[in-house]
Write a protein that binds this ligand. Structure first.
Ligand code: HEM
Length: 152
């Protein structure tokens, strides 16, 4: 169960990242180029939100079955002094939840906007902020030992 979820969570990162990059930069171009907000823009935003919400759900389950997190939760005080345990027990969780809130705000506030340029602007700002935070909180293979995980 842990291994399957871990693989799903790891692979789905690429779907979420590609959607965020595509939707975020398309919205930026729409905002700066004063382009009409089309049905495809709404669809893209919806799929982007779904992909990060799915990551949230898998991540939350993973949190309770991960051997790394369970080691951290056994002695939380001690884990806070260990960068790898602190990363998975606290930093990854908090950073990703904030990033997912950013993406959700972007999509919901764009939906409520009445002009096309404001829809693009809100999507671009919140999605690209979320993207930056997600990129910063992924345990990339080049991160410190203990934090680093694979590409897939
Ligand atoms: C868009 C959001 C997220 C992305 C892109 C993401 C990405 C990743 C990646 C790439 C890994 C490494 C998987 C591997 O190769 O082993 C990972 C691990 C993990 N993530 Fe996330 N994550 C996200 C959100 C979350 C959230 C919200 C939580 C918790 C509520 C979470 C909990 C975990 C846990 C517990 C691990 C595994 C630790 C371990 O046992 O190695 N993730 N995440």
């Amino acid at each position: 169960m842990y291994s399957a979820l871990d693989h799903a969570h790891s692979g789905l990162r690429w779907v979420a990242l590609l959607l965020l990059i595509f939707a975020g930069f398309k919205a930026l171009a729409g905002w700066l180029g004063n382009k009409p907000y089309q049905p495809l823009d709404r669809k893209l935003a919806t799929f982007t939100v779904i992909s990060v919400h799915l990551q949230l759900v898998i991540g939350l389950i993973l949190y309770f079955v991960s051997p790394t997190v369970s080691e951290a939760l056994n002695d939380f005080g001690k884990a806070m002094k260990n960068p790898a345990l602190r990363f998975f027990a606290l930093e990854h969780l908090l950073g990703m939840v904030v990033a997912i809130v950013f993406v959700t705000i972007g999509s919901a506030s764009a939906k409520r906007a009445t002009s096309d340029v404001v829809k693009h602007k809100r999507t671009a700002i919140w999605f690209l902020l979320g993207l930056l935070l997600i990129l910063a909180m992924i345990p990339w293979p080049f991160r410190a030992e203990g934090i680093a995980r694979g590409w897939f």
